[in-house]
Design a protein around this ligand. Structure first.
Ligand SMILES: NC(=O)N[C@@H](CC(=O)O)C(=O)O
Ligand SMILES: [Zn+2]
Ligand SMILES: [Zn+2]
Length: 427
């Protein structure tokens, strides 16, 4: 396949390129970049990208594909198709499936199925402990052999610090990042929304900032002691941002991610009884959101990930205290990032490419995330001016659980190219 992208705004973090030009790719590799390109042979496809961002293929470090075992919510194929529609060419799947991905053959199951059937790259993350029970370590070294890009206990924290320290030592030895979901299991105590005036008004058990902050502090301390690379998932509090800033000042290998719902909404936006506003961590206060925006602007927060967490309608239709935590995010992340961050001047388009592609690639040691001659032809084309209304019924994901249904946004994925093949094109 020979593809020519014409007159797009090329945004490449690795050399800070931000200029209008063409890109030509062949056999899954970028052959030429910049200026006006006239290929020797006629391309199979020409994409006219005037007015569009042309970024290295987006990489989502935090996705729940629910495969194996929970495929009524999502499976590898539907999740990967949703990813392609959302502009992602690589997604990392969290291991909180049924059974939990805690050994090499389960990692292989996902990788094999994805290779055969998924339109984008799927990398499976390994659990930290067996069955995510927090009692014994999973077969981390076996899973490293099978090609995991990271370990994570996402969905919970490993509460036993001695065990977690051992996991970090193994991770450090192999230069594998540890993706940390920070939530003190004892302190959360059945909470389901942020602890503030709204939780009180609604009579719902609250989740305080400290539930997150104490584990962020703990994990930074453990990373410092073990030398492990620590990536903090779905940061939601102002003090998480402050602590990441301190860790960075100390030159510790700590990175932070934020999800679109946390930089777009606060608990003020919750609609009483609507479980599409229930996710973990919860929507916080305006002060927290402001700190996240500042953290993104100042590059204290390195990554925008979705924490795509599909659930069935039936599961989400339960009362607020019973419904599972989580919302889908693959097909709304680009629009929310363009609308809330780029359009409002919080981050530049180049920073968007950094936080959604280049930085995630760096964290997992991937050669993707860059638009350079010789690099893999993973490319995302986005029209930042296209305005539309989010319609959850159009999602390719099985999950329709989003608080953004009906929201007016700007920023549309026009095409997603993975390994030199068009895996999604908007019609
Ligand atoms: N974020 C969520 O609200 N839910 C996630 C778990 C997680 O990411 O912690 C899920 O697996 O559903
Ligand atoms: Zn989590
Ligand atoms: Zn998650």
């Amino acid at each position: 396949m020979k593809i020519l992208i014409q007159k797009g705004r090329i945004l490449n973090p690795s050399d800070q390129r931000d200029e209008v030009g063409d890109i030509y790719m062949e056999d899954g590799v970028i052959q030429e970049i910049g200026g006006t390109i006239t290929p020797e042979e006629t391309p199979d496809k020409v994409i006219f990208a005037e007015g569009c961002y042309v970024m290295p293929g987006l990489i989502d470090l935090h996705v729940h594909l629910r495969d194996p075992g929970l495929t009524h919510k999502e499976d590898i194929v539907t999740g990967a198709k949703a990813a392609a529609r959302g502009g992602f060419t690589t997604i990392l799947a969290m291991p909180n499936t049924k059974p939990v991905i805690d050994c090499a053959d389960r990692v292989q199951y996902v990788h094999n199925k994805a290779k055969e059937l998924a339109p984008v790259h799927v990398l499976q993350i390994g659990a930290v402990t067996k069955q995510q029970k927090g009692e014994e370590l999973a077969d981390i070294e076996g899973m490293i052999q099978a090609g995991i890009p990271a370990i994570s206990e996402d969905g919970k924290s490993v509460m036993n610090m001695k065990l977690y320290r051992e996991a970090m030592e193994i991770a450090a030895k192999h230069d594998l990042p540890v993706f940390a979901h920070c939530e003190d299991q004892n302190m959360v105590n059945g909470g389901c929304v942020n602890e503030d005036k709204h939780s009180k008004e609604l009579g719902l058990p609250g989740i305080s900032n400290a539930v997150e902050d104490v584990i962020v502090a703990r994990d930074i301390v453990l990373a410092k002691e073990t030398g492990a690379r620590l990536h903090l998932c779905h940061c939601s509090t102002k003090d998480s941002v402050r602590m990441i800033q301190l860790a960075k000042e100390e030159k510790l290998p700590v990175t932070g991610e934020v999800c679109p719902h946390h930089f777009t909404l606060t608990s003020d936006d919750m609609v009483a009884g609507d479980t599409n506003y229930k996710m973990n961590p919860p929507l916080r206060t305006e002060a927290d959101k402001e700190a996240l925006l500042k953290g993104l602007k100042e590059d204290i927060l390195d990554v925008i990930s979705t924490d795509h967490a599909p659930h069935s309608r039936e599961e989400k239709q339960q009362p607020m205290t019973k419904a599972p935590f989580g919302i889908v995010g693959l097909e709304t992340a680009v629009a929310l990032t363009v609308t809330e961050l780029v359009d409002k001047g919080v981050i530049t388009p180049l920073q968007m490419a950094e936080k959604m592609s280049y930085n995630p690639a760096q964290i997992i040691g991937s050669d993707r995330g860059r638009l350079e001659v010789g690099s893999p032809a993973d490319v995302t084309i986005i029209d930042p001016e296209a305005e539309y209304v989010i319609d959850s019924m159009s999602f390719l994901s099985k999950g329709k659980n989003t608080p953004f249904d009906g929201r007016k946004v700007k920023g549309l994925v026009k095409a997603t190219i993975c390994d030199g093949e068009v895996v999604y094109q908007q019609d």
